[in-house]
Design a protein around this ligand. Structure first.
Ligand SMILES: Cc1cc2nc3c(=O)[nH]c(=O)nc-3n(C[C@H](O)[C@H](O)[C@H](O)COP(=O)(O)OP(=O)(O)OC[C@H]3O[C@@H](n4cnc5c(N)ncnc54)[C@H](O)[C@@H]3O)c2cc1C
Length: 409
């Protein structure tokens, strides 16, 4: 038995990634009994290292900005794209567009970042347990029932609200049959780390996205602390993982097609293992029900090309927390109350998804489009910063949609 745990909570959050830690912190801080359950042992490895500047506001609300600065994560000041012909785009420097501190962000080691958020949830009053797996959830009836298992045994408890923050495991979403895959974005990724690769002399680094020469895959290049750079290749699952060699061999075959990365790692040493994952984009068709709500990757997963995952996890965690605390206060834990934020949130995701499709449309070039429409450079930079929830966020698509349509013919 997990004897230290209660039999009843106001809110049980399953999964302690950025989404789950955010909801647990804010619900607990509002004075409600909250349990946050994580199956792995912290600190645990995770991918998703390049943040979007808009994370700033949720991190500020969580009270962790001083900790972020103390941890000394690498500052991310912009994004740059490199075409399949090796042509470098004009960098999108966030502070040239908006000089506030909140317009720069970080490249983070997720083991450290997520542990900080987990500890923060505990500091806000949540009961936080790691190395404990949720093995069963039932959301029918008056109360939600959750079964946990860890080395001490099995325990079942009840909660007024259960939050699925299990990332791509999407535990509840899968059980309820809510997941809908995006067939156009069935991608895979292989990544590793290099020491001593090229980086900015002044410590102000960018995330660089580089296409390989046939545009069949692309690399991310993310300078991190301790002279380490995270380098990963993304391509169609069929292309990258089917009938190829080991992940290491495939990584190097793709590297041979990307002069921009080769040049950046010329004096560097590969370090650590090669990781390979499938990353199929999906969305859920219902995001909340009576007494339950989905957040983060459990709500939906978008291709990582614009580094939007952690931001959307934090933001959905925050919006769900507000809906939960409000609902607990007025005794309304209906689907409408817990999911009241999701329509606006989904609209923001639509803009990111459109940018992702543009990136994967071979005949479309952002450079050429912006030459034709320089008035949208600011709008596009806003989207790369993560400002997808404003009224005019999607303005660029008034003119980009017809160009994309033509390019897709
Ligand atoms: C190849 C790749 C590259 C990426 N790059 C970026 C990037 O550069 N920037 C970015 O912002 N995003 C990136 N992402 C996306 C990012 O990783 C996710 O969007 C983000 O981690 C989502 O956070 P989350 O809290 O929803 O889920 P997660 O961070 O996945 O956390 C979910 C947690 O739930 C736990 N869990 C699962 N099941 C159970 C269970 N039954 N019981 C208890 N615990 C459970 C898991 O162990 C995990 O710790 C990338 C993703 C991939 C695949």
């Amino acid at each position: 038995m997990c004897t230290a745990l209660d039999e009843q909570y106001d809110c049980v959050v399953i999964g302690a990634g950025p989404a789950g830690c955010t909801t647990a912190s804010l619900v607990a801080r509002a004075g409600y009994s909250t349990l946050l359950v994580e199956r792995e042992k912290f600190p645990r490895f995770h991918i998703g290292e390049s943040l979007m500047p808009e994370v700033y506001w949720t991190l500020e609300r969580l009270g962790v900005l001083p900790k972020m600065r103390e941890l000394g994560f690498v500052r991310k000041v912009g994004v740059q794209f490199v075409t399949h012909k090796g042509k470098e785009s004009q960098p999108f420097f966030f502070q040239q567009h908006d000089p506030r501190e909140s317009s720069t962000t970080w490249h983070v080691e997720r083991s450290t970042f997520d542990q900080m958020l987990f500890e923060n949830a505990a500091e806000h009053g949540a009961t936080c347990v790691d190395q404990t797996r949720v093995t069963d959830v039932s959301v029918g009836g008056e109360q939600r029932s959750i079964t946990l298992q860890n080395s001490a045994g099995i325990q079942t408890m009840r909660a007024k609200v259960v939050v699925d923050a299990t990332g791509q495991s999407a535990m509840l979403a899968n059980r309820l049959g809510l997941r809908e895959d995006n067939k156009r974005l069935r991608k895979a990724s292989i990544w590793t780390y290099y020491k001593g690769a090229k980086r900015a002399d002044d410590g102000d680094n960018m995330t660089v996205i580089l296409h390989t020469n046939e545009r069949k895959s692309w690399f991310w290049y993310i300078p991190m602390r301790d002279d380490i750079v995270s380098i990963g290749v993304v391509g169609d699952n069929e292309y990258l993982l089917k009938d190829r060699g080991t992940p290491e061999q495939t990584f190097h075959e793709e590297l041979a097609k990307c002069g921009g990365v080769q040049e950046r790692i010329a004096n560097a040493t590969q370090t650590g293992k090669y990781h390979a994952v499938k990353e199929f984009s999906y969305m859920t068709k219902q995001h909340a029900g009576d007494g339950w709500v989905l957040i983060g990757d459990a709500f939906g997963f978008i291709d990582p090309v614009y580094s939007s995952g952690v931001y959307l996890a934090l933001r959905s965690g925050e919006l769900a927390a507000d809906a939960i605390t409000d609902g607990l206060a007025k005794g309304d834990l209906s689907a409408a109350q817990l999911g009241g934020w999701t329509d606006e949130f989904k609209q923001g995701i639509v803009w990111i998804r459109k940018l992702v499709h543009a990136f994967y449309t071979d005949q479309f070039s952002f450079g050429a489009f912006l030459k034709m429409h320089p008035e949208y450079v600011g709008n596009l930079t806003d989207l790369l910063i993560g400002r997808v929830f404003t009224d005019c966020a999607g303005k660029i698509f008034d003119d980009m949609d017809p160009v994309l349509e033509k390019a897709s013919l």
